[in-house]
Design a protein around this ligand. Sequence first.
Ligand code: PGA
Length: 244
Amino acid sequence: MDVVITPDPASAAVAAADIVEEYVRPGPMTLGLATGSTPVATYRELIRRHREAALSFARVRAFLLDEYLGLTPDDEESYHRTIRREFTESIDIPDDEVFGPDGTSSDPDRAARLYDEAIRSAGGVDLQLLGIGSNGHIGFNEPGTPLDGRTHSATLHRQTVSDNARFFGGSTSAVPVHVLTQGLGTIRDARALLLIATGEAKAEAVAAMIEGPADPSCPASVLQLHAHATVILDEAAASRLGPH
Ligand code: PGA
């Protein structure tokens, strides 16, 4: 695992955008997208490069990591809508090349299987962006999730519900607790992983991911098992790492 420590969140976003650009420039490619607050600064930097430096996403296909169950794609807080608002509507990726798990399906197991098939038939993900939850989750793979699972439905842990309440007017009872998420095995199939973590609230999870055992107690530790994983941190997120 390559670990890059940058001074602050803005520098972390530039470092992450540099890696995304390396993959996108030559195109065509398949990009795995993450929602949450952390990647927003990276998306803004990529939008800037699209506008000012002719970085085109016209030959990119994108797959989202996860989705809430029970929200329609037009619901403002669905991840489908969130990624459009925060990134894809401001670049030139074709709208019908942005895919996510079907959170409206009445048969989530089938929706999960179909999503894995869609990723496979697209030839797999070349570069997967990731955030990390304060409890070490990636996607919505909460602690205890097997390291080799495929896309599946899951129930959020209380910590994640409380972390995400800020997107739902601060109300934990408004956060959907059932989700569809790529499994850790699905995520591991991507040819390269790029995880971004900023802020002190992530420091403990980051230390477990990098220095702890690779096991389900910290789902992000699965990056230790990947041949091409890069972790970009700011100093606050790196603050609990031991000396090297
Ligand atoms: P955050 O979420 O970027 O909003 O902190 C990260 C995650 O839960 O994966």
